[in-house]
Design a protein around this ligand. Structure first.
Ligand SMILES: Cc1ncc(COP(=O)(O)O)c(C=O)c1O
Length: 358
């Protein structure tokens, strides 16, 4: 039996615009090969930096384009090594590991269905050393799929101003919205003073290009640029130039319009199947992104369940990997087909219902 994976937060192969990217890659090598095949600016391919700067209404000197946005997070973690960072719980597991490896002290603040709990944030701000920054994924959060409400976004920006708190808004999923109205980003609400913004073309074009970016205060951008030089001299310019060519041809919006229904069909298949197969569980209902957060009955343990999931032909990531409770799990609907999702959730339902022999 082939395992159906709800563990992989990656796009389904049909979401990747392969032919168009092949054409863009060829075009940039032919047009600007001597630049993109050489060393260049450590901050990224200049035309792409300028495009991103214009999109966010900042000077290009505030934009750092990295080999995937996680690489930028590694630089930021190095810059703030030994300091204290607040983050929402649960949160994406890779930043947890990156921050721990850099010797950053991590303080978790609880979330509910409406995103980060601001009372908890105020408590964390009132005790201990001033944090270097707050790391948050306000839209279609990884792993929970939750989105911070507009009201809380405004209050969070007010709190950042009151406490002179830097906030890192990690926003790779914001454009991958299938329905509902997009709330303003924290960056837009703040005007880019207290909010650092990171995003990526991994979910909007293709993850294998490894193109992510940060919008930072100019001083911090220069500091991270220095770390970039000593790490890789120049990021991979061919991927960045290919992304730029894609954008220059106005292909981003049509591509988003193409992938939104592909992903929405998967999200719908998962929600409908959960309704049918897991009557005693609860789950998030995201309007976009890649993930649904599953909460089984109290006392359930998804790590134990995962140990038996292999033979049942389904996989997922236990919530504890993200700092969540033992009865939670992250289900990615992005990769497998709607039919596989229906079958995978059926397998998951049987697994949960199965009595455990001791
Ligand atoms: C919240 C979040 N940030 C960053 C990333 C990584 O993005 P990139 O591919 O640009 O490194 C992911 C990928 O899953 C993510 O979910």
């Amino acid at each position: 039996m082939t395992t159906i994976s709800f563990a992989r937060g990656v796009p389904a192969p049909e979401c990747i615009p392969v032919e168009l990217l092949a054409d863009c890659a060829r075009a940039v090598v032919e047009r600007d090969g001597a630049t993109v095949l050489s060393y260049g600016s450590p901050a990224g391919y200049e035309p792409l930096r300028e495009w991103i700067a214009e999109r966010h209404g900042v000077e290009p000197g505030r934009v750092l384009v990295t080999n995937g946005s996680l690489q930028g997070l590694v630089f930021l973690a190095k810059r703030f090594a030994g300091e204290r960072v607040l983050l929402e719980s649960p949160t994406y597991d890779r930043p947890l590991k990156i921050l721990a490896a850099a010797g950053v002290e991590v303080v978790a603040v609880a979330m509910d269905e409406e995103g980060l709990e601001l009372e908890g944030l105020e408590e964390a701000l009132a005790s201990g050393d001033k944090p270097a920054f707050l790391y948050t994924i306000p839209t279609f959060q990884n792993p929970s799929g939750r989105t911070l409400t507009s009201e809380r976004r405004r209050r969070l920006v007010d709190l950042a101003r009151e406490h002179d708190l830097l906030v890192l808004e990690d926003d790779p999923y914001g454009l991958v919205r299938f329905d509902g109205e997009a709330p303003p980003t924290l960056f837009e609400l703040d005007g880019g003073e207290h909010v650092l913004y990171s995003s990526s073309f991994s979910k909007t074009i293709a993850p294998g290009l490894r193109v992510g970016y940060f919008v930072l205060p100019a001083g911090l951008e220069r500091e991270l640029e220095a770390l970039a030089v000593s790490t890789y001299i120049t990021p991979a310019l061919l991927g960045q130039a290919t992304v730029f060519e894609f954008l220059r041809r106005d292909s981003l919006e049509p591509n988003l319009e193409r992938i939104r229904p592909l992903l929405a069909a998967r999200r719908n298949a998962m929600l409908e199947s959960l309704e049918r197969e897991l009557p005693d569980a609860r789950w998030s209902r995201p309007e976009g992104g890649y993930f649904i957060w599953l909460e089984l009955a109290d006392g359930a343990d998804t790590a134990t369940l995962l140990a038996r999931a292999g033979s049942a032909g389904v996989s997922f990531v236990p919530g504890t990997d993200f700092g969540g409770a033992p009865n939670t799990a992250r289900l990615a609907f992005s990769f497998v087909s709607p039919d596989e999702i229906r079958e995978g959730v059926r397998r998951l339902g049987s697994l949960v219902a199965e009595p455990v022999s001791v």
